[in-house]
Design a protein around this ligand. Sequence first.
Ligand SMILES: [Zn+2]
Length: 239
Amino acid sequence: MKPFYHLGTVTRINIFVHWTTVVMFFGLFLYYLWRGVSLGAALAGVLLIAVVFGCVLLHELGHALAARHFGIGTRDITMYPIGGVARLERIPRVPAHEFWIAVAGPAVNLGLAAGFFVFNLLTGRPLSIDALLPPRTTIPGMLMWVNLLLAGFNLLPAFPMDGGRVLRAWLAARLPYHRATRIAAWIGQAMAILFGLAGLLDFNPVLVFIGLFVFLGARQEVRAVAETERTGYGYPGPA
Ligand SMILES: [Zn+2]
């Protein structure tokens, strides 16, 4: 089994799907059938989740295109069950660049949410959060709320998630880079523990995995910065 499946290329960036995501989609499909829904309804359910993944992919492309604007390429974008990852060639050391690249992803989701808001308003569909859950689910209403939640969740200061990068950029404009990173990472790891606990109490494995991913990611970034500071290699950033 291949670990990654090539989905296509968008603006010269390769898009991959991790095998666990393929398994998750297949599992969801079987789960819908097991619940006794028709084949068509099961396919529609999976298609809707695929559309949500499409919104996450556009979020990642937002990061990638903002990075390109600052001269930083993106190796690839991979879709995992808990979200997408855009692998930038390097993390910008200029705080303003890191800030704009970090906010570009959630900005895409806010733009999509605004688009669905206008559509729902013009077509007289419900705007309340009821649209997210049965029995009042509408697909445009659900997509509006999902995009709002994606933007909001990613902007939490859980470094190395987007909000945490905004925080590091803000701190790095005022403090030495390694100190800014360490403070952002402490806050990120505290948030990660909260995600993990909330996920365990709520039996939400996705939140537990996000907590784990944030916790390890924060530690990795602190190490990478410490290494760069020690060797002095690759330090084009601000004074
Ligand atoms: Zn993001």
